[in-house]
Every structure is written in structure tokens, then in C-alpha cells.
Design a protein around this ligand. Sequence first.
Ligand code: ADP
Ligand code: MG
Length: 562
Amino acid sequence: MDSLAVLKKYFGFSSFREGQKDIIENILAKRDVLGVLPTGAGKSLCYQIPAVIFEGITLVISPLISLMHDQVMALNQAGIPAAYINSTLSPKQTAEALRRAQLYRYKIIYVAPERLFAPSFLQLCSKVNISFVAVDEGHCVSQWGQDFRPSYLKIKSFISSFKQRPVLAAFTATATSIVKQDIITFLGLQCPFVLTTGFDRPNLYFEVRKPKDKDEELMRILKKWDGNSGIIYCATRKNVDKVCDLLRNNGIKAARYHAGLSDDERKIAQEDFQFDRAPIMVATNAFGMGIDKSNVHFVVHYNMPKDLESYYQEAGRAGRDGEPADCILLYSKQDVHIAKFLIQNCKQSESTSIAQQNELIKNQEERLKQMTFYATTPYCLRSFILRYFGEKTYEKCGHCSSCTGLQVLPSLKKTTQCIENDLELVFAALRHLRNLIAIENQIPAYIIFHDRTLRDMAEKMPLDLEGFSKVSGVGEKKVKEYGEVFISLIKQVKNIISSGEKFSVKEMQETAALIFNNLKPWSDQEILRLRVEKAQKMSIDSISKLHKRPVSAIEEMLQRLI
Ligand code: ADP
Ligand code: MG
């Protein structure tokens, strides 16, 4: 299968984004690659597609456990067998994963860098065909980047331990030239194809505010975004707790995340956010690398971060689905002092010498200076960022607070409350159905379908499986799994709309719930329960209530059981 066919079959997209095709072709031609693409550009597909096409197994080295979990879930949903090996697995689970890997049950294995030299893992690598190794967040190998991880330095010798050297590709969103060079040197990329795409994210609106009272300002911002998902970054744990309390006291469902919480608390917070139970996340920079939540509509920085690399990466978590999104920095002079303090008190790894440490600090202070310039410049904010990352750029972008001269949110936003037309109604119905399926199956909603996919579905309104498969973001497995139920809903909604009467979002959601209850798949356990209930001669009505399914659905299943 060629790469375009894989893109369509598994991921449901019909064209590549900028840079993807070149990168994939070079990897398939067995050339090492360094891909430098901004957050949200689609780096994952650059290694997942070759992984499907290559024989044997692809390893993906990735620094963060949450990222692995998310990506493996999404891959399995798309019909690509994948697994991860990291510290969250028990020894027994690890052994099982390794056993299956040896039988080539997986195409892709995510692995934490610390695990590479575990004897059992090395043994696996010597037994199976590892054709390709992808290093995600490659900048972690560089001491000049913002997330240096000493374990990344071991990747090079890991690669050289193979008898047959796999193709090696590294990906990052950090584009400064010193970091790029470090990645090539320290990972040992051989004569790599280097591709850097444009760093602009046109759908993001950038704004700096200098409010007297940050809390009041924050509440004002949140009011505008009512109910939409967003992240609020704070510099310290104390601020995270304070801001989170503020929101909760104002009746806003917020989760919080920082290094001072237990693993369990962090896990719950992350899931609440991911599953949209808590649409707002208040967090330190400990939260985020590897979070692939696509429907984040805004990122507010309550404090200025310590460098533009961090800022652009964190702000860039907004609008990954391509929808308009806002990135707002609440700046005060105090932030500079906090950042300086954090830089000077940052724990260094023990292996760094004093001279190295001083050099690191000097470097960070220089980056902080640039960050402060961003926060205070009267000129175009987007151009400032792009120039910082070495891109030639325009004078004025027309889509940041400097260019528009306004300190208000752009009116681009659609909130869920304000329904403009039929399209929005259809979207609301589809979204509700997706969310119900997500809750039932305990997977995050965006892993079933992104909002963007639902928008395309609402526009196309397919009435058969053929049409359904043409929706952007719908691959083969998802046609099989979700086609029937979504098409039924679309048919129903179409009827409602063509009746010409006025309908509310709530009624649309009820319709979705009805369809869902009618068509949701029966698990073996549920069928067993039904058999028992029937044997006990319970009335159809009470069975229907117990199962939260309409009487007709119960009757139909009982028919089938006979
Ligand atoms: P990155 O790792 O570069 O930050 P991701 O790989 O997480 O970005 O991708 C961001 C989003 O873009 C994902 O939701 C993904 O489904 C989507 N995406 C990637 N490639 C394409 C494509 N060719 N067409 C449409 N959407 C895409
Ligand atoms: Mg990524």
C-alpha cells in the first residue's frame, strides 16, 4: 500500500499536510530524517504511516507516558496494532507485551528512553526485525532546549547496538539552529533529510494583556469562552491551587495539575480534562508535553513562562483541530522575577559540571530576556515569534492584539450556546452522540472523532456508508464501528430539519440519545443479563428501564435470542 492509501484507510484523511509527504517518502527510502514542524502540524503521522508500510516493527521513543497512552489508544481505534512499554506496566504486563511483540502482534511499540537498555527489551530487539526507530520530542537530547533529558543521550548507543541499523527519524517543534544541530549530533542521525516547515499557526490569535488584577481579567476571559475547553498555565504550584480554587468558587469545572500532586491525582485530573468532565485545566508546565487534546479553544498564561520556546509550545496546544483559538498572556513585571527565581533554582542533573550549569543558566537568562521582549513589544506578536524561530516573516499579521490594537477577544468564536443555523444543530446532535459513545466505551471523545471531523460530517450529511467514508478523519475501521449509528442519526436529523419547525439544541441531543440507546452495541455481559431477566419473566418495560434501551430494542434482541 502506498502512503496516501494508508492515510485514507487508517486515518481517514485524503491529503497530506505541508511537509508530511516529503518526510514519509524519505523514511520509506530508508534515509534518516529530522522533521521540525510546529505543534499540531501532524508529526505523529510522519512516523506512523511508514511504520504501517515497513515490514517488522517500529519503535517510537517518547519522553512522556501520557503521550504514549493517548497515541496507542488512538492507533488501536484506527485499526493499527500498537502497544507501549513504560513504568506504568507491571512486570507481568511488561513480560506479556514483550511476548506479543516477539510474535509480531504490534506494528508500533512506544517505549520510554529509560527502558531501552533493560535486558528483556534488548533481547526483544535482537530477536525481531526493527525496521524503523522514531524519536519524538527530539529536542529533549539537547541541553540548550527547554526539556533536556539525560536518558535521550543513550539513544545513539542503543541504535548502534543493532546488527542491522534501523532507519532513524527524529521530530521536534523546537526550531532554533543550535537545537537542530544537537539533535543530529547526539542522536547520530546519518546524513539526514532535514525538513523545517513554516512555524505559523494561522488559526491562533495572540494577545498580551497587562491587567491590574489578573484574577478579574481571567474571569472575564472565561466568561467569553463559557463551557469550551481551555488550559490556564501558571508558573508555580501555589498559583495553580489559587487559580483553581478561584474558578471552582465561581462554579467553573476545573481540574488542576502540578508536580506536587500524587500520581493518582494527576492521572484523574488529566482524564477529567481529556474526557471533558472538567473543560478547564489549571496547570504548571508539568502538564502538557504530549497532550493531544484537539478541542482546546484557548490557552491563557496566568504568568509569563521562562522562554518563547515554552510559550509557543504551550500556547500551541490551543486549536490543534484547526479551529480558531486564542492564546492570551497575562503579563506583569512580577512574572520576570518569578521566572528568574525558577531559572536560578532549577535542579540540574548531577552529571552536569559547575561550568556547564553556569552556561545553562546564562542561556536561560538570555531566553527569558527574549520572552520579556515579546510580552512588552508594541509590534506584531506573531512576527516576533516567527522571527525568533528563524523565519522570515511579514510586518503585520492582522491577527494579534498588537495588529488589531484591541484588547478584546475576536468575535470569531462560536459558543455552543449560540446556535446560528441548521449546521450548528446537526453538529450539536453529532457531538452529543459521539460523547455518549465515548462515555460508554470509556475513551476520550476526540479519539473517536475530532470536532473537525464532526463539522465535516455535518456539512456532508452522508446517508450511506460510502458517503460516510468520505468524511475527513473517518478511516475504514471507524466506518465499520460507527457508520451505522451516525448515519441513523443523520437521517433522523435530516427529517427533523426538513419538517421546517424550529428545534433547540436540547431536542437535538435528545434525538442523539434516542438513536444511541437504540443502536449501541450489545456486550456479551449485557446479553447474558437479558437472558437472566427473561428467564425471571421480568416485564419488557422494566427490562427497558434497566438497560436504558427502548422497548423496541429489547424486543428485537429477545427475538434474536430465540
Ligand atoms: P504534532 O505531534 O505535530 O504536534 P499531531 O501529530 O498530534 O501533531 O497532529 C495534530 C492533529 O492533526 C491530529 O489531530 C491529527 O489527526 C491531525 N492531522 C495530522 N495529519 C493530518 C492530515 N494530513 N490531514 C488532516 N489532519 C491531520
Ligand atoms: Mg507530537
